[in-house]
Design a protein around this ligand. Structure first.
Ligand code: ZN
Length: 287
């Protein structure tokens, strides 16, 4: 059985894509071509431990890993995901169709978001707006569906310490925040400060939370006059763009749904505003 996947080498100029071919045959040999043997072994060791933590057994077969174009030793780290997906396909944990579904939907978690290069971060805007990924490289062009939930995390400042022990001056903090442009930031409807420890229990059980996320009912479309006035005032004071304005309305209606209300109330608008904190004017001003 042969599985083909692909990935990018971000550390190279132009982030070229690399084809990954994994072949499984009877036996127990491990062959490699297109990268150093020791680098491939260390990649497999990482993936093996990740798969074991998900109770996925290693394919008991002779494996041949071929990558094209050839990679240097450190570069295979950037292709752990396509190699892991090829292994899952070999194990028949995912078929070719669900393999494509797995990589085009699901959840994409981007850690240390502010440390990414600006072009890599900003290129997400098109994917978030269109649900599709178009790539143009010297090797050719391609178009894929790409519609995951995108979750990104960053520290509030470059030192990454707790705000009370932070070693950055205000200018450094502002520079760090401005790594993330306003047009990109406002495409994230929910923004949470994860720095504190909130010991309070969620008022709903996990199953009820999942049902709320998957709830296909139309959220309440009617607002009380007070709620509408509060939303208007917030939008004016925070000088919200049309996109953020839309998020505020959608989140308030979603919160009303969480509370099983038929109308959107002031509480719902306030709850929506609380999770839009990076879009408020204070985020860009003095920290
Ligand atoms: Zn700091």
């Amino acid at each position: 059985m042969v599985v083909h996947t692909w990935g990018f080498v971000q550390s190279r100029p132009g982030s070229p894509w690399v084809k990954v071919e994994l072949r499984a045959e009877p036996g127990a040999v491990f062959r490699v071509s297109g990268l150093p043997y020791a680098a491939a072994l260390s990649s497999f060791a990482r993936i093996r431990s990740a798969l074991q933590s998900m109770d996925v057994r290693w394919p008991g077969k002779a494996l041949t890993l071929h990558v094209h174009p050839a990679l240097r030793a450190g570069e295979i780290n950037e292709l752990d995901v396509p190699v892991a997906l090829a292994l899952l396909a070999i194990r028949k944990n995912v078929g070719p169709r669900s393999l494509s579904g797995l990589v085009s939907t699901g959840m994409l978690f981007l850690d240390e978001f502010s440390e990414w290069t600006r072009p890599a971060r900003e290129s997400l805007r098109h994917i978030m707006d269109t649900g599709s990924l178009q790539l143009h490289r010297a090797e050719g062009s391609a178009h894929w569906a790409s519609d995951p939930w995108i979750v990104a995390a960053m520290n509030l400042c470059a030192c990454g310490l707790h705000p009370e022990r932070c070693a950055c001056d205000p200018a450094e903090k502002r520079r760090h925040r401005r790594n993330i442009s306003a047009p990109l930031l406002e495409r994230f409807p929910i923004q949470l400060d994860m720095g504190g420890n909130d010991p309070s229990e969620c008022p709903k059980a996990w199953e009820a939370c999942k049902a709320w996320v998957q709830d296909a009912r139309v959220p309440p479309g009617t607002w009380t006059e007070e709620a509408m006035q509060l939303a208007n005032t917030m939008e004016k004071r925070a000088m919200m763009s049309k996109r953020v304005h839309h998020h505020l309305r959608t989140l308030a209606a979603g919160h009303a749904q969480w509370k099983d209300r038929e109308h959107v109330l002031i509480d719902d608008v306030q709850a929506a505003f609380d999770v839009l904190w990076m879009n408020r004017s204070g985020w860009w001003g003095s920290p």
